[in-house]
Ligand binder design. Sequence first.
Ligand code: HEC
Ligand code: HEC
Length: 321
Amino acid sequence: MARSLLSLPLLTLLFSASLAHAVNPEWKAVFQPLPEVAASASNPVTPQRVALGRALYNDTRLSVGNDISCNSCHRLDNFGVDNEPTSPGTKGQRGDRNSPSSFNAAIHIAQFWDGRAETVEKQALGPILNPKEMAMPSEKEVLKRLKGDPNTVAAFQAAFPGERDPVTYANVGNAIGAFERTLMTPSKLDRYLKGDDAALSDAEKKGARLFVETGCATCHNGIGIGGGMYQKLGLVKPYPTTDAGRFAVTKNESDKMVFKVPSLRNVEKTGPYFHDGSVKTLPEAVSTMAEYQLGKKLSPEQVTDIVVFLKALTAEPARGS
Ligand code: HEC
Ligand code: HEC
């Protein structure tokens, strides 16, 4: 029926019109849309586990002075960061590295700038005992505090049904990890990749094209627009840093100054930039990358165009966590 109503010229017209508005197949190969939840076979993301994880994420009892939580450095109301070059931990002490966002971290190849923790579940156990961060003296002390509160014990029982003694240190990590697995922030780019050509403006598409053509997407690609591989900082031109990066984890000479390629999701909001928080603005980060990673000098207009695309990656968690 429908077919007989459409003449051949009309069909051709419809077909070419739909091609003009088709989603760029090259970008679909380079970038992938985020899932709503980063599922895990070993740590099911159940509502009870997420609820406990959210509470622990905000719980200052996990710090020695009862004053610092994960949320102090990775603020849920601020794109998972604190916008500090390095973050003040217990007694205001600072580490050497910039706090990356907890948003979308669960989908990365591994956690930390040097990838020294495999999963968000394992990562979460580090800061609690880190003497410059939450500085708890021991796992035992953490569990003693949690077991002292019947409501917390009940929440662990609900989150880990069938376990005789669910209040374990590993389960602190499992609960926080399950919560972090819900902190996914699908953006305009994801709507575009799923077929809505109008989700990106012409200016954003121009920036995306330049981002891919310049070579940024050889490293910043996939679901996270980054977060999927390790690369040397200063690949083409040596970058001034004393941080040995992934070398500390692998002890391979070739891993000196190699870092996890950061995800660029929400990068508009997560400055200052780089592992040491030394770069203040996004345009500066973009032109520095072009120079040190690709040996290219971008014009101010090109930098602006790429920044317009990067801003299209800004979004709040889909679940409103
Ligand atoms: C005092 C500030 C501070 C506190 C408190 C803190 N973090 Fe972090 N977090 C950091 C810094 C700094 C890094 C990067 C360290 C590195 O790479 O060596 C980091 C890294 C991470 C990462 C890795 C992200 C990525 O892209 O690699 C995750 C996830 C994370 N933290 C979650 C948490 C959780 C969960 C807690 C609470 C249990 C927590 N953090 C407590 C400062 C903090
Ligand atoms: C060869 C791989 C590679 C290429 C190509 C590359 N980057 Fe990066 N990018 C990295 C690495 C590695 C880092 C982390 C640097 C660090 O640890 O200080 C990074 C960091 C960044 C940051 C800072 C993110 C943050 O959270 O601190 C931005 C922004 C960025 N890149 C954008 C770009 C743009 C735009 C291009 C293209 C002009 C580009 N990158 C090309 C590997 C690359």
